[in-house]
Design a protein around this ligand. Structure first.
Ligand code: PRX
Length: 635
C-alpha cells in the first residue's frame, strides 16, 4: 500500500487512520518518496496554534520548480506540460512540453534577474490566462522571488492596494486581454494603478492583443525582446522549506484585503498529494481546471499540483459562453479531457441553456468531474452528473480555501461514494471539528456547527503578509487551539461533511469571495451617500447576489435614483472590479442597529431574501421602526 496514491475506500480509511495517528510519519513518507530535495529536513513539523506558528520540513532545502519541471525532463521531456487553449476557437492551441517549459521559465527567470529581482522580492503578476502567466509564476519561484498574482478582473484601485501592501518592485502584465468578444486594456489599468505606487521600478509587458498602449520610458519594457536575448538556462535558487513562495490576496471582514502567505515545501507536498488523489491523475491523462490562476484554485490545481505530478494541465483563456455555450464541451472533446474541474456557478449558468450544447460533443474521455468555490446545489449536481458525466464520472465536491492552500475535504473518486451537495470526507492528514456557539466541540456524527481544523496540514497559510496579529485574530482566536475556517458545516450520520456557507461577513458571488466592508467603503466614497450595508441573497446562477441598502445624504435626496444606482455600481467597479457590482440597491432612511451601533445584518439578509416571517427580536434595536419601513419598500 502506498500512502501517495489511494485506490479504494478500504485503503482510504487505512491511510486516513495512519495520517491522524502519526501525522509526522505520514507526511514524512509522502515527502521522502515523491519529491526532489536538495537537503533533507531536520524536523517534519513544529507547530503552535496559539502563537500561531507552523513549520513543516524545517531544515529542508529545495526549489519547487525543480520538482515541477527539471525532474520530469528525462522521462517526460516531450510530454505536454501546459496545453494552452486560446479565447478564440479559430486560434490554434499551443502545446508546451516540459522541455520547452524549462527553457521558457529559465529565460523568464533570467529576465527577472537582469531587471534586478532577487530572492525575497515581491513581484505582482497581472495577466490574463495566457502561458506567460504560468511561466512568470514559475520564473519567480525559480529565483526565489515571491509572486503575487492579482486576478486581471480587479480594478486599478484594487491592484494598487495589493502592489503597495506587499511592496512589489515589479509588475508583469500584458498590453490587453481577450475574454469572449471583449478586449480589455490591461496596461491602461496598470498605468492608472501605478500613479499610486511609487515603489514599482519595472513593468514587463507581454504582447497579446497588439492594441496600441503607452510605454513609460525607463520603467516599461516589452517582454519578448528581453526573452529573446535571455540565456536558456537558469540555476534554481536553493530555498529553505519555510521560505515564502507566494502571497495571494483574499477578502476579509475589514476593507483591507488579506495577503495570505504560503511557503515552499509544505505547499508543494500537499498540493501534489491532493492533486494525485482527488483527481486520480494517471500518466497520460489530460487534466483541465477552468479557474483563473489569479485565484488559489489556479495556483494549486493548474500550476503547482499538476506540474509536480508531471501532468498535462490545460489553461483556457476564454469564457464558457463564447462563441456559444458549448465552448467547454467542445474543448473537452477536442483535447480528450479526462479530469474536468469547475465552479458551481459555471455549471448553473450552462444548465440553463439548451442541452444540445452538451450532447453535440463527445464527452466520453471524461473520468472525474470536480467542483469548487461554493456549495453546489442538488439540481446543479444532478445536471453535471447526468449530462456531463453520463452518470459514470464521480463528482468531487472539493472544499477548501485560499488560506488552506489545498483541498481539505473531498471524495476520493472511485473510492468514496459520493452524495449530492456533500464534500464528504477529509483528505488524509486533515482533522476537522464542528464547534458549537459556546466554543465546544460537537462530537459524534449528525452535527451542525462551525467548521474548524484541529491539526496543521502542510499547506496551511503561515501568516498574513505584514500583519501576523490579524492572522491570529481572524483564524486562531474564535476557538482556542483551532484554525477557524469562517464556514458553517453539517456532519451526517456516516460522518460526511456538507458545507453550508460563510458565517462571517464574506459573501460568495459566482464563486468569488467578496467582503462586505470593501464594497461598503467603495459605496460610501460616493458624495451623495451617507452610509451603506451589503448583504447577500440567493441567486439561481451566481449562488448569491449582492443587495445594497444605502442611506443618502440630504444633498443626495433630490438626485435621480436610477442615475445614482448606476453611479454607485460604477464606484464599485472602479474600487474593486465589476465582479462586486450590486444586483439590487434600495435607498433607505436608516439601517437597523443595535444599541452599540452595530448593523443588524441578520435582519437585512432576511429582508433581501424575502424571508420576513420570522425576523427575531427587533425590540432591542436602537431604531426598530426602520425595519418596518425597509420591509415595505424592499425590492
Ligand atoms: O465558503 C467556502 C467556499 O469558498 C470559501 C473559500 O473561498 P476562496 O478562498 O476564494 O477559495 C475558493 C477556492 C478554494 C470557503 O470558505 N467553498 C469553497 N469550496 C467549497 C465552498 N463551499 C462549499 N463547497 C465547496 N466545495
Amino acid at each position: 500500500m502506498s500512502n501517495y496514491h489511494i485506490k479504494h475506500l478500504e485503503e482510504y480509511f487505512q491511510v486516513y487512520r495512519k495520517s491522524v495517528q502519526n501525522p509526522e510519519a505520514f507526511w514524512e513518507e509522502v515527502a521522502e518518496e515523491h519529491f526532489f530535495w536538495r537537503k533533507r529536513w531536520d524536523r517534519v513539523l513544529e507547530w503552535d496554534f496559539t502563537k500561531p506558528e507552523i513549520k513543516w520540513f524545517e531544515g529542508a532545502q529545495l526549489n519547487i520548480t525543480e520538482n515541477c519541471i527539471d525532474r520530469h525532463l528525462r522521462s517526460r521531456g516531450n510530454k505536454t506540460a501546459i496545453l494552452f487553449e486560446p479565447n478564440d476557437p479559430g486560434e490554434a492551441a499551443e502545446h508546451i512540453t516540459y522541455r520547452q517549459l524549462h527553457e521558457r521559465v529559465s529565460k523568464f527567470a533570467n529576465v527577472l534577474k537582469e531587471k534586478g529581482i532577487k530572492k525575497g522580492d515581491r513581484v505582482i503578476i497581472y495577466l490574463p490566462m495566457i502561458p506567460e502567466l504560468a511561466i512568470s509564476v514559475l520564473a519567480c519561484a525559480r529565483i526565489g522571488a515571491i509572486h503575487s498574482v492579482v486576478f486581471a478582473g480587479f480594478s486599478s484601485t484594487a491592484l494598487a492596494t495589493r502592489i503597495n501592501d506587499c511592496g512589489a518592485k515589479m509588475v508583469i502584465t500584458s498590453d490587453g486581454s481577450y475574454r469572449g468578444n471583449k478586449t480589455i486594456d490591461l496596461k491602461g489599468i496598470v498605468d492608472e494603478a501605478l500613479k499610486q505606487c511609487p515603489h514599482v521600478e519595472t513593468v514587463l509587458v507581454a504582447k497579446r492583443t497588439k492594441e496600441k498602449i503607452s510605454m513609460k520610458n525607463g520603467r516599461d519594457h516589452w517582454l519578448q525582446p528581453l526573452l529573446d536575448k535571455a540565456y536558456a538556462d537558469c540555476v534554481a535558487e536553493i530555498m529553505e522549506a519555510e521560505d515564502p513562495l507566494f502571497i495571494l490576496y483574499t477578502s476579509g471582514s475589514t476593507g483591507r484585503p488579506k495577503g495570505m502567505m504560503h511557503t515552499t515545501a509544505g505547499y508543494m507536498v500537499y498540493t501534489a498529494y491532493t492533486f494525485k488523489n482527488v483527481f486520480q491523475y494517471r500518466e497520460d491523462d489530460v487534466y483541465w481546471c477552468t479557474a483563473d490562476i489569479g485565484w488559489i484554485t489556479g495556483h494549486s490545481y493548474i500550476v503547482y499540483g499538476p506540474l509536480a505530478n508531471g501532468a498535462t494541465t490545460v489553461m483556457f483563456e476564454g469564457a464558457p459562453s463564447y462563441p456559444d455555450f458549448g465552448r467547454f464541451w467542445e474543448i473537452v472533446q477536442k483535447h480528450k479531457i479526462n479530469q474536468f474541474y469547475t465552479a458551481p456557478t459555471a455549471i448553473r449558468a450552462l444548465a440553463k441553456e439548451s442541452l444540445d450544447f452538451v450532447t453535440k460533443y463527445d464527452l466520453s474521455s471524461l473520468k472525474v468531474l470536480g467542483t469548487v468555490g461554493e456549495p453546489i446545489n442538488e439540481e446543479a449536481w444532478h445536471w453535471y452528473n447526468d449530462h456531463v458525466g453520463d452518470k459514470k464520472c464521480p463528482i468531487v465536491d472539493t472544499w477548501w480555501q485560499t488560506e488552506t492552500g489545498g483541498i481539505l475535504i473531498s471524495p476520493i473518486p472511485y473510492s468514496t461514494p459520493t452524495k449530492p451537495t456533500y464534500a464528504t470526507l477529509p483528505v488524509p492528514g486533515v482533522q476537522p471539528a464542528l464547534m458549537d456557539e459556546n466554543g465546544k466541540e460537537i462530537k459524534g456524527n449528525q452535527a451542525d456547527g462551525r467548521l474548524c481544523i484541529k491539526f496543521p496540514w502542510p499547506s496551511i497559510a503561515r501568516t498574513i503578509w505584514g500583519d501576523h496579529q490579524r492572522y491570529k485574530d481572524t483564524y486562531f482566536s474564535a476557538f482556542e487551539g483551532m484554525y477557524f475556517t469562517g464556514d458553517g458545516a453539517l456532519r451526517d450520520e456516516v460522518g460526511y461533511y456538507r458545507i453550508t456557507g460563510r458565517v462571517d461577513d464574506v459573501i460568495i458571488v459566482s464563486g468569488h469571495n467578496l467582503g462586505t466592508a470593501p464594497i461598503e467603503d467603495a459605496i460610501n466614497e460616493h458624495p451623495a451617500v451617507a452610509e451603506s450595508a451589503i448583504v447577500g441573497f440567493p441567486h439561481d446562477v451566481k449562488g448569491n447576489a449582492l443587495y445594497g441598502y444605502v442611506i443618502l445624504k440630504e444633498t443626495g435626496e433630490s438626485r435621480d435614483r436610477d442615475n445614482l444606482k448606476k453611479e454607485i455600481n460604477q464606484m464599485i467597479t472602479e474600487h474593486i472590479g465589476p465582479i462586486a457590482k450590486l444586483d439590487k440597491i434600495q435607498f433607505v432612511p436608516g439601517l437597523p442597529k443595535t444599541r452599540s451601533g452595530k448593523i443588524m445584518r441578520r435582519i437585512l439578509r432576511k429582508i433581501a431574501s424575502k424571508d420576513t416571517s420570522n425576523l427575531g427580536d427587533t425590540s432591542t434595536l436602537l431604531n426598530p421602526e426602520v425595519v418596518e419601513q425597509i420591509m415595505k419598500e424592499s425590492l
